[in-house]
Design a protein around this ligand. Structure first.
Ligand SMILES: NC(=O)N[C@@H](CC(=O)O)C(=O)O
Ligand SMILES: [Zn+2]
Ligand SMILES: [Zn+2]
Length: 352
């Protein structure tokens, strides 16, 4: 990773301990491998429910939460914030159960076929309106993978088309529903979330702040840079940096760290997802530093997310230092390995 540093920029930065508002922890041995990377940096994380089979009930979320806490190394403080996977058949009562549990903090929309483990996802949002109405009533956030699945729509346009075809009609019908537009990747989504009325926010990954789509094709096809929504043109990356560093409280940190075994990424039909949990805060520091906006990192990483979710800010701090270190080539992932983003490269920030 190229190392830009303005001469007057600080050598280190201390911020309130951050949270990750979009994380894939997987399950079993793979989860046990990756969980410490997240818990080292983040006090809490929104844990995505796209397991096989998906986490569709409060009862399943309770069991998954117990498995996460059981896998947490002694002495690490980490709170998993659980999410239900919405299906065409999620009953409205399930939302009330989720709300009453105290540990389910959101419900996730995977349009059927849009991404990893989305086969059980929603085929048409209109089928879910009774359930969404209860979410609106009880203030349960709706987390949205915002891409249309229409094969006629170009893969680079699927997020922008989703805004017109799904997001705007949904929010006209449910104006008080709290919506998080997850892992936004376009200037269209950045503008929409900036300007829209009502309770809406967006998460932004470190890789979408740092890279454009050229990265996938530099010197050959590089599968570890392939995720969904796919990286976009440079103008989109710049729009994301602009809103992330704008001071707007509608944008917050969500790594979308999505581990897949090396063999399924380096494959004829490779899985989508970038593994960034290892070095997430370091990557965000790099992105904010390049934008000359390190002073905006704390709001993005530690303040805006809890405010939107109605949760308290964390106590304690973390410190990031300007220091070079090499990202390992691969890391254990259960019986397999995972290749982190920037494998074998030197990066310029280090969590103390
Ligand atoms: N982002 C990805 O490319 N992949 C995620 C799913 C998702 O968040 O869409 C995964 O679970 O692997
Ligand atoms: Zn997604
Ligand atoms: Zn994700």
């Amino acid at each position: 990773m190229s190392n830009h540093s303005a001469s007057n920029s600080p050598q280190n930065i201390t911020i309130t301990r951050p949270d990750d508002w979009h994380l894939h922890l997987r399950d079993g041995a793979a989860m046990a491998s990756v969980l410490p990377h997240t818990a080292r940096q983040f006090r809490r994380a929104i844990v995505m429910p796209n397991l096989k089979p998906p986490v569709t009930t409060t009862e399943q979320a309770a069991a998954y939460r117990d498995r996460i806490l059981a896998a947490l190394p002694m002495g690490m403080e980490f709170e998993p914030l659980m999410v239900l996977y919405l299906t065409d058949n999620t009953p409205p009562d399930e939302i009330r159960r989720a709300r009453d549990s105290g540990f389910v903090h959101a419900v996730k929309l995977y349009p059927a076929g849009a991404t990893t483990n989305s086969d059980a996802g929603v085929t048409s949002l209109t089928k879910c309106y009774k359930t969404l109405e209860v979410m609106q009533e009880v203030g349960m956030p709706f987390l949205v993978h915002g891409e249309v699945t229409d094969p006629a729509v170009d893969v680079f346009d699927r997020e922008a088309v989703f805004i017109e075809r799904v997001m705007q009609p949904l929010r006209r019908d449910m104006p008080a529903l709290k919506v998080v537009f997850e892992h936004i990747t376009t200037k269209d989504a950045a503008h929409y979330v900036s300007e829209a009325e009502g309770p809406i926010a967006a998460t932004i990954t470190a890789h979408h702040l740092l890279y454009n789509r050229n990265e996938i094709f530099k010197g050959g096809i590089r599968p570890h840079y392939y995720c969904l929504p796919v990286l976009k043109r440079e103008e989109h990356r710049q729009a994301l940096v602009k809103v992330a560093t704008s001071g707007s409280d509608r944008f917050f940190l969500g790594t979308d760290s999505a581990p897949h075994p090396k063999g399924l990424k380096e494959h004829a039909c490779g899985c989508a997802g970038c593994y960034t949990a290892l070095h997430a805060m370091e990557l965000y520091a790099e992105a904010f530093d390049r934008a000359g906006a390190l002073d905006k990192l704390e709001a993005f990483a530690s303040v805006n997310g809890p405010a939107f979710y109605g949760l308290p800010r964390n106590s304690g701090t973390v410190t990031l230092q300007r220091a070079e270190w090499s990202v390992p080539d691969e890391l254990p992932l259960g019986d397999a390995t995972v290749v982190p983003l920037n494998a074998g490269e030197t990066i310029g920030w280090k969590l103390a």
